[in-house]
Design a protein around this ligand. Structure first.
Ligand SMILES: [Zn+2]
Length: 420
């Protein structure tokens, strides 16, 4: 009986590999195991990474295979950005994107070259029709490269849904990476969000690694409304570079508080990463603190099941247990336990000295700041939050605060040219 069962299994296995021989032998996109130098949703400058970056062993020219059958729906060649990029539309309405290519397959390269000659331009973009360039699953469509804005040879691979919104390839495709390493907590911060305490800064709390998946911090002693932030990474097997994490959940006294998921981020919203991280802290210290709370005017839709928008209100002399769980897309998880004790600090608000020179800007109001020969126009909802802004005109030079304040809209400056 047992022997028959094994026999049937063997037949079944060989049937699968006969039906789909290539799929069994390789990872669909390249002939080498997929090791990532970048994950989806990873924190980059002014955007969340929209795909995965696959290492190509430091070389160019590796065969790139189509993830699934479909047709080439877009080709773009540019000096910057994605360099040489190919878009394939699949029957289910999704699109896969292959970027930073060295060149396209012979049949596609021919079409691209003729377009380039015709338009007399290296940089081109065109959208072939459905029946023009069809491709099969596992067909060689291009060769990996280092074109466009890259810091080394790799393949940028993206999956877009029916609405052209980039989604996480590791959770929305069959691309598999070997990874059983747990994500890592690097740093922990908190900041007071008590009303009017606008000059409060981040306070770092020490964290200790207890096991590979458990961390404990020093006791957080504060009172009133606070927001907690973390610095966290993930590492995969066979690579030592730091990648982004996939999911964050928080809880207060075992009650779920906030869930953050990096699974679908539209191009319209990706710039609001500057509302997800503490932008001014990043500008000053080059460290991206991921805020585990949602401030007003934050348009990102990474969040779900939230209580108090992730903020914590600490009462004097009370004890709390706050927990943060971080996950990678393979389900590996690490936990950080933060003991909290309510302690009245009676700290005076840290107001700056030259307070009088600052303009208090409420984010939902419009402002016109007048100077001798210039005018600064600030539209409603230019900033993510209310703030003090330092704007001055000295020795023919207009300066408006520092570049550490994230903007939602441009600020317009008008100069009076009568004097010149
Ligand atoms: Zn990339």
């Amino acid at each position: 009986m047992r022997r028959e069962f094994i026999f049937i299994l063997l037949i079944f296995n060989s049937l699968i590999s006969q039906n789909n021989p290539l799929k069994q032998e390789k990872n669909s996109l390249l002939d080498i195991p997929i090791i990532l130098s970048g994950t989806y949703g990873e924190l980059r400058s002014n955007h969340f990474h929209s795909g995965i970056d696959i290492k190509t062993k430091g070389v160019q020219g590796l065969d790139v295979y189509s993830y699934a059958s479909g047709y080439v729906s877009r080709i773009k060649v540019s000096h910057g950005g994605y360099g040489k990029a190919l878009y394939i539309k699949h029957p289910d309405g999704t699109t896969t994107v292959y970027a930073h290519l060295k060149k396209f397959s012979t049949k596609i390269e021919k079409i691209v070259k003729s377009k380039q000659y015709k338009r007399e331009s290296y940089e081109i973009e065109f959208f072939p029709k459905e029946n023009e360039i069809s491709v099969l699953e596992n067909e060689i469509i291009a060769f990996s490269g280092n074109t466009g804005g890259t810091s080394g040879p790799h393949l940028h691979f993206e999956v877009r849904d029916q609405n052209q919104i980039p989604i996480n390839p590791l959770t929305n495709s069959s691309i598999y990476i070997e990874d059983n390493r747990t994500p890592l907590f690097k740093k922990l911060f908190y900041k007071s969000y008590e009303k009017n305490n606008v000059f409060n800064s981040q306070t770092e709390l020490k964290i200790k690694k207890v096991t590979n998946s458990l961390y404990v911090s020093d006791t957080l002693k504060s009172s009133g409304k606070i927001g907690i932030g973390i610095v966290a990474f993930d590492k995969h097997n066979r690579a030592n570079n730091s990648n982004g994490i996939f999911k964050i959940t928080t809880s207060l006294n075992n009650q779920n508080q906030l869930k953050i998921l990096f699974d679908s981020i539209s191009f319209d919203k990706t710039k609001h990463i500057n509302a997800f991280i503490d932008y001014s802290f990043f500008k000053n210290h080059k460290i991206r603190i991921q805020k585990l709370f949602i401030e007003e005017n934050n348009p990102l839709d990474l969040y779900s099941s939230n209580i108090n928008n992730g903020f914590i209100t600490i009462e004097n002399k009370k004890n709390y247990k706050y927990e943060v769980n971080i996950y990678d897309s393979n389900g590996n998880k690490s936990r950080l336990v933060v003991p909290i004790l309510g302690v009245k600090t009676n700290e005076p608000l840290k107001l700056v000295d030259n307070h009088a020179e600052l303009d208090y800007i409420e984010r939902d109001k419009e402002y016109e700041l007048e100077f001798n020969s210039a005018r600064v126009s600030i539209l409603k909802e230019t900033f993510y939050s209310n703030l003090f802004l330092e704007a001055k005109f000295e020795n023919d030079t207009l300066s408006i605060d520092k570049d550490t304040i994230p903007l939602l809209k441009p600020i317009t400056i008008y100069f009076n040219t009568d004097r010149y």
